[in-house]
Design a protein around this ligand. Sequence first.
Ligand code: CMP
Length: 148
Amino acid sequence: MVERTLVLLKSGVLQRRIAGELIRRFERKGFNIIALKLLRMDRALAEAHYGEHRGKDFYEKLLDYICSGPVIAMVLEGEEAIPLVRALTGPTEVLKAPPGTIRGDFAHRTRFNVVHASDSPAAADREIALFFTDEEILPWEDGNARWF
Ligand code: CMP
């Protein structure tokens, strides 16, 4: 089933100059980028996005981290995009993230785990709507246009 999912390349990705490498991995897998923006998340957006973690011991530091620098938000579309994108990111806990996954290759602290990806269709719908208006989402098909 074709799905849409929200991906955040978190604070620090731009400073580390790895944004292109991470986007390349999603493109290489075959997903369509159908929305993309650079933004600095404010506290209200961070609280809305991470509301399910309110009260956990890492919650405040998670908000500090995600608000500490610009992030790249993207909507990716493709077959089974939600589980497949999470397979590319690897598990949240960095000790469990195998080499070859984004977290396995680029993160060594769970708090600073480089990337966020929606974990269910309901989460994807909710998270996409937090970051993008309907007009900012531009689905496309390969078609037979000549691009080169
Ligand atoms: P993310 O996939 O964006 O969703 C919630 C985030 O909370 C997660 O990535 C981590 O950045 C952070 N997080 C989850 N568990 C922990 C933890 N045990 N310690 C610190 N940060 C965590």
